[in-house]
Design a protein around this ligand. Sequence first.
Ligand SMILES: Cc1ncc(C[n+]2csc(CCOP(=O)(O)OP(=O)(O)O)c2C)c(N)n1
Ligand SMILES: [Mg+2]
Length: 324
Amino acid sequence: MSKVLDELQTMYRTMYLIRRSEEEAARAYSQGKVGGFLHLYIGQEAIAVGAEAAIEKTDYVITTYRDHGVALARGSSPRAVMAELFGKDTGLVRGLGGSMHLFDAEHRMLGGHAIVGGHLPLAAGVAFRARYMKESFVTLCFLGDGATNIGGFHEGLSLAGLWKLPVVFICENNRYSMGTPLSRTTPLADLTVKAAGYGLAADRFEGNDVIVVRDRIKLAVERARSGGGATLVEVLTYRFRGHSMSDPGKYRSAEELEEYKRKADPCALARNQLVASGIAEEQIAALEREVEAQVADSIQFADESAPAARSSIDAFAYASGSSV
Ligand SMILES: Cc1ncc(C[n+]2csc(CCOP(=O)(O)OP(=O)(O)O)c2C)c(N)n1
Ligand SMILES: [Mg+2]
């Protein structure tokens, strides 16, 4: 198989892994196995996977509470991700963080941040290290469209622009902030105009085709790595599920949702590309069966693992000597 096709198949595999893991996480949530909030990435898979294909393992990523897809794309163990959602000791952060606070130092995934926009200044700080220590890594920072209106966004971009930091801000514009459509949070149709205020480069495109995402993010990553500074990239997308599991979704019509599912499903698109490139249906089905087994295994692993340990709270959540 050609290298190009091989890469597309690998990306499809990861997208399908994210899709199926999210569907099973939703089922587990409705069975009461997952506590707290659960924000699914279904519909946005091409962005995390395409962006991952544009960077090196030595680069860093940081993201919002909609973080499962980013962690899986980075290479975090599906077992450890699922166990974290279940609040288990075998989870990525020992079951102490849950869905919104995945963190994986080994894979350079720096969270999982629940405060909207709060992680943008952190991303600027991580990128500053690269500049200051003369290291060559790039930082990718994922954010939502709603985050572009909050203080942290402006602070993060301000520093990144001023110091020409090697960071790429990837705004996943899924057209809603919880139940509020974009038109009610900003008068702008194009969010990248905000980049100009801080001297950042900008790019904007539809993010359902994983190859397009990879190639366009690569341009911004190359700019960052070669000293050309930060970029704000707006990637247009759509989430197929509610904001979180507790969202009845009354702010959008069933027709709108169906239309996007039909026209803009990133997993279906990547699958069609594989078929069009001559990959046999049976080969794709075999890959999907492999993923199904991996997801089933992650659920069983999470189910059978011990709950978060009291000792982990003492060891990781409180300063030593705390009497709590
Ligand atoms: C500072 C802050 N304000 C409010 C919230 C509540 N909140 C959680 S998600 C969200 C909407 C964010 O929308 P967007 O940035 O578009 O991301 P999406 O959920 O669409 O991925 C809000 C207001 C929060 N977590 N943090
Ligand atoms: Mg949004």
